[in-house]
Write a protein that binds this ligand. Structure first.
Ligand code: ADP
Ligand code: MG
Length: 696
């Protein structure tokens, strides 16, 4: 595909298009507002809107939409056409600055967690000029934030922008201490690796669980799973390759740096990794990637599953959030570098991250909490629910010797004299070996690996940015007061490491020993969403969010409530789907099979009196016993579902689903899966795991 450079970004109204189409004074005024984070004058907005509209119409667009990210986790859009009456029954294509910068979709059907009284349905969208507008399906999409009449945020983009600003402010205070005063902005960079499953659409549509819940609620393990490890990086099948080619092309047109694609560990599982970019655009791009994966798959007769655990017994899907901090002058602050000056700065940012992660394990866990992801964290495939940092041996040894004030002896490693001490040139392989760690330093960035495949990356990055901002603020407060900077810096690095090194773990995170060791170290182990979410609204966290103007107290509460409710609703839908599948499809199927077995037995008996009928009788008896058992389990599940009425508090309700409904569902499933293994394939009402996983 040698036309990639031409198509890349062709559907984006990016910097080139702006420069080409806007009068120079307008373009300059726009850049200035963007850099100073100020609002545009209306005449500049009008000129921008006209240029954007002309560009969009030339590229086939007829409509525009404010594209926003409500708290549902997916994106929302309401299309308006550009047409405007021009007399004589004619129309012109028109778009004003006012329409560009502000919109007013009806907010009443989006979750607000109590932030918006029902009588006050108004919600507003406002243009985010730091992410480019683009054309999707004939519509000009303008990235926007979404907020209520009273000014509370109702979306996932606003807090991300706020947290990014907070981090920028604090990081520049630190840089100033190192004399890096030419930096005018520090920007978190992010590359989100996305895992997903691709299965045949026709098979997918035959399963109510996949249709309603995005995951299978029943399904016996196939004879072959992932034990042969023959799928990982295996040859990509032609149908999947055709899907990937089209997906890449669509993403490139939208300016998404889709870079690598490969098969993952589980059968039918794949991964896409983009080249990193600034965190705001990375979040927009990840939303677009997930959306396009679904629509492009459908064009190929495939279904893309983004759920964290579509199939029991094979790996689920996650997302790796690669995160670093870059300056607008091009420095990656988490790059160890080669000069002593850079090393000292690097070490300070490194220990800041160690402290931030240790002090805010709770929030990091909250940021990846969902009913779907609960199936992964803790299984032997994804990191456990316990947060720890992998640093690798080189860096850990170095920090250890710093702490003990020993001269670090890097043996065969490159020696570098440094303000604080000696820092070895990191060997790539020592920082990237551990795949089990939830939070790994990988050479020049951190990789947060606990994210579920379906979630928006906004919240995890809001948390990363905020906890880092808070830590850097404390560091800056201390260092700005210091009389001897170098001395204070040394002390601060040593002390921070000593106080927070319990969070570092370079071993196997999947082992049982680690869970015990982590408990001894006092690390949190929040196994489910219901366990994790209450930490969101702790006093310390609310204070931190307010301190950095990321969330007000009521905004944090609203998010907590929405997440709790979504957890309960998800499990409720799953439980109801299970009951429907059991009663409408599975029980009738087993009965039909038992009936046919009995018929066969009777005919055999009439034909050959005295002959053994072990096959039929033993199958009938096992199936009858199992289906009665399963029936009792479904009755129990239904009865317990009626019990939810007793809980009005969202926390108590979520706990009830976790403690009562989930175990009920597991019991129903266990019986059903055993029945499936004994039932004739022609009788079973759904495509099996073998068909779903090995059919594409
Ligand atoms: P893997 O994790 O599979 O070994 P890589 O280490 O090559 O792969 O990169 C994984 C992801 O990390 C990619 O999306 C890449 O763009 C991203 N990445 C690389 N450098 C940075 C950085 N400085 N900041 C944020 N993300 C980065
Ligand atoms: Mg990775």
């Amino acid at each position: 595909m040698n036309h990639v450079p031409e198509i890349f970004g062709s559907m984006v109204f990016g910097d080139d298009a702006m420069r080409e189409r806007l009068p120079a004074p307008v373009y300059n005024a726009f850049r200035k507002c963007l850099e100073a984070r100020q609002t545009l004058d209306l005449d500049v907005a009008d000129a921008m809107a006209t240029a954007m509209k002309d560009w969009a119409v030339e590229h086939g667009a007829t409509h525009y939409t404010h594209w926003f990210q409500p708290m549902t986790g997916v994106t929302a859009e309401k299309h308006d056409s550009f047409i405007s009456p021009a007399g004589d029954g004619k129309v012109i294509m028109d778009f004003s600055g006012k329409e560009l910068v502000k919109g007013e979709p009806d907010a009443s059907s989006f979750p607000s967690g109590g932030l918006r009284a029902t009588f006050e349905a108004r919600g507003y969208t406002a243009w985010d000029p730091s992410s480019y507008a683009f054309i999707k399906d004939g519509t000009l999409c303008i990235p926007t934030i979404f907020y209520s009449y009273g000014g509370s945020v109702l979306d996932k983009k606003t807090p991300l922008l706020r947290a990014t600003d907070a981090l920028d402010r604090q990081a520049r205070r630190i840089l100033a201490l190192f004399g890096d005063t030419d930096v005018s902005r520090v920007i978190p960079s992010c590359g989100a690796e996305q895992e997903y499953f691709l299965i045949d659409k026709e098979l997918h549509d035959q399963r109510k669980d996949l249709l309603f819940c995005g995951r299978t609620l029943f399904g016996a393990k196939p004879p072959k799973g992932q034990e042969m490890d023959d799928h990982y990086f295996g040859a990509i099948k032609p149908r999947v390759q055709a899907f990937m080619n089209e997906l890449n092309e669509e993403l490139w047109k939208l300016g998404v740096y889709s870079k690598t694609e490969h098969n993952e560990v589980a059968p039918a599982q794949h991964e896409l990794a983009p080249i990193f970019t600034d965190v705001n655009r990375a979040a927009d791009h990840n939303q677009l990637t997930m959306e396009l994966m679904k629509t492009v798959a459908a064009r190929h007769g495939l279904s893309c599953l983004l759920h964290e655990k579509p199939f029991a017994g094979v790996n689920g899907s996650g997302k790796h959030d690669n995160w670093s901090l870059c300056t607008d002058t091009g420095i990656n602050l988490l790059n160890p570098g080669t000069s002593p000056q850079n090393n000292a700065r690097f070490l300070l940012f490194l220990v800041a991250m160690i402290k931030a992660v240790d002090e805010h394990q709770d929030l990091l866990r909250v940021s990846v909490a969902s009913a779907g992801n609960d199936h992964r964290l803790g299984g032997n495939e994804a990191p456990p629910a316990i947060i720890s940092i992998f640093l690798g041996d080189d860096l850990t040894d170095l920090l250890e010797s710093l702490e003990k004030k020993e001269v670090y002896d890097p043996k065969d490693r490159t020696d570098l004299k440094l303000g604080v001490d000696v820092l070895p040139r990191l060997r790539q392989d020592t920082t990237d070996r551990n795949r089990t760690s939830p939070f790994a330093f990988t050479g020049n960035k951190f990789e947060f690996r606990m994210l579920g495949s379906a979630i928006s990356i906004s919240c995890p990055n809001v948390i990363l940015n905020t906890i880092m901002a808070d830590t850097l603020m404390q560091f800056a407060d201390e260092l700005e007061e210091a009389e001897d900077f170098s001395h204070a810096l040394n002390r601060l690095i040593r002390r921070t490491y000593r106080e927070h090194k319990r969070i570092i773990f370079n071993g196997n995170n999947y082992s049982e020993d680690w869970a015990e060791e982590a408990a001894r170290r006092g690390l949190l182990n929040l196994k489910t969403t219901a366990d994790a979410l209450p930490y969101y609204i702790s006093e310390k966290n609310i204070a931190m969010f307010s301190r950095h103007r990321v969330y007000s107290e009521s905004e944090v509460h609203s998010r907590y409530e929405i997440l709790m409710e979504v957890y309960a609703k998800t499990l409720n839908i799953e439980a109801l789907t299970m009951l429907e599948m059991a009663r409408k499809d599975i029980f009738p199927a087993v009965s039909a099979y038992i009936h046919d077995l009995s018929e066969t037995a009777m005919q055999k008996k009439a034909l050959l009196p005295g002959v053994e009928m072990e096959l039929e009788t033993s199958l009938i008896s096992r199936l009858s016993k199992l289906s009665s058992e399963m029936y009792r389990m479904t009755e129990g599940l239904e009865k317990d579902l009626r019990g939810v009425r007793l809980y009005s508090d969202c926390k108590a309700l979520a706990e009830y689903y976790r403690d009562v409904i989930l175990p009920d569902m597991a019991a129903v499933r266990a019986a059903a899966d055993e029945i499936e293994t004994l039932t004739g394939e022609d009788y079973w009402p759904y495509p099996t795991y073998s068909q779903l996983l090995f059919h594409v």
